[in-house]
Write a protein that binds this ligand. Structure first.
Ligand SMILES: Nc1nc2c(ncn2[C@@H]2O[C@H](COP(=O)(O)OP(=O)(O)OP(=O)(O)O)[C@@H](O)[C@H]2O)c(=O)[nH]1
Ligand SMILES: [Mg+2]
Length: 338
């Protein structure tokens, strides 16, 4: 129930942003083949903002809200994001590319988790600005301190901006003691903005502050492109998001989604067939549910989201298969795009 309400709230933020910006994040159909030859205003800025933080602090929620479209999946369970994803915000005088990353933590366990952390760390030296997202509702944890050390070592001269997220969860006085402890982890931070990614508080301010740190530069992507993921990848992610919502305990972490088939049928319906991998035979009935009820729930939630994303009808077929130890097998991980 809780995450359903949160989902609705974060969609409201996105819709509000689109209304306020006149839909600047998505100028449908505007990009011509020679988009890179478009004249840009003098002083046009562009660059990459790496969004870094421990699991579950709200990085993906924030990237979606900043871009104004849902391009990254979100869930109350930690380690939701598994790969680096770009979210592209194009305005008349700038293009800001947010790099959403998997949450950095200190107990990798499986090869999958090691690869996730490597992906996040690799984003640091490739960014113009680093947005260090922290959860001010709680005091800093060991992982926040670990990330601050990583930033000190790898960010070099790049500015690090604190995004003090989840400000909606406590009053200012309470927040102040936590905030001071976060600042103490990285005394050289360049800027710090209290925000709520979920409620949309201070996001315009955050965009303005980030823009100060971006260099002058071209558009790297056409103005109507909002992410670097293919529709095929987005379909897999939205199925995984639905699976995260309807399964619990160890199952969400032991599951992956592999899209087997993705093509447009004659009647304009997109046909998607995907397999949910689990690690053990005992996990299969948990994903399928009694008389296939849970798999149906997962499928219909994913279909609604995918239809919203592509703006058309989708026919979705889901299968469940045991893929032993896929989290530690290089070949399987490569099939999933790692
Ligand atoms: N109250 C509150 N909840 C938030 C806020 N931002 C995100 N959340 C919630 O925090 C949870 C985690 O959000 P995500 O965006 O998936 O977090 P993440 O940092 O991307 O997590 P990983 O991908 O696992 O690293 C979700 O339940 C969000 O709804 C916020 O500003 N306020
Ligand atoms: Mg995430």
């Amino acid at each position: 129930m809780k995450d359903t309400q949160e989902d609705i709230a974060s969609l409201a933020v996105i819709e509000q942003f689109l209304a306020e910006s006149g839909g600047a994040a998505v100028t449908e159909g505007a990009a011509a083949a020679d988009w890179h030859a478009e004249a840009l205003p003098e002083g046009h800025k562009s660059g990459f903002v790496a969004v870094i933080g421990r699991p579950n602090v709200g990085k993906s929620t924030l990237v979606n809200a900043l871009v104004g479209r849902k391009i990254a999946i979100v869930s109350p369970k930690p380690q939701t994001t598994r790969q680096r994803i770009r979210g592209i915000l194009t305005a008349p005088d700038y293009q800001m590319i947010f790099v959403d990353t998997p949450g950095i933590h200190t107990k990798p366990g499986h090869r999958l988790n090691e690869l996730m952390i490597e992906q996040a760390i690799a984003a640091i030296p490739n960014a113009d600005v680093i947005l260090f997202v922290v959860d001010v509702a709680v005091a800093p944890r060991e992982e926040d301190a670990h990330i601050a050390q990583l930033l000190q070592a790898k960010a070099q001269k790049r500015p690090v901006v604190f995004a003090l997220n989840k400000m909606d969860q406590l009053d200012l006085e309470q927040a102040q003691t936590h905030i001071e402890r976060y600042w103490a982890l990285l005394p050289d931070y360049a800027d710090s903005i209290p925000i709520s990614a979920l409620k949309g508080t201070n996001l315009e301010l955050l965009r303005e502050h980030l823009l100060k740190f971006l260099p002058e530069g071209p558009r790297y992507y056409p103005s109507d492109q909002i992410t670097d993921q293919t529709e095929h990848q987005i379909a897999a992610e939205l199925i995984r998001e639905a699976m995260l919502r309807f399964t619990h305990q160890e199952v969400p972490h032991a599951a992956a989604v592999y899209v087997e088939d993705y093509h447009e049928r004659e009647n304009d319906v997109l046909y998607v067939s995907a397999t949910i991998w689990v690690e053990r035979e005992s996990q299969k009935p948990i994903v399928i549910g009694k008389q296939g009820q849970r798999l149906k729930q997962i499928g219909s939630a994913a279909r609604v989201e995918l239809e919203r994303f592509i703006g058309g009808k989708v026919y979705l077929e889901l299968w469940v298969k045991v893929q032993p130890e896929w989290r530690d097998r290089e070949g399987r991980l490569r099939e999933l795009g790692f």
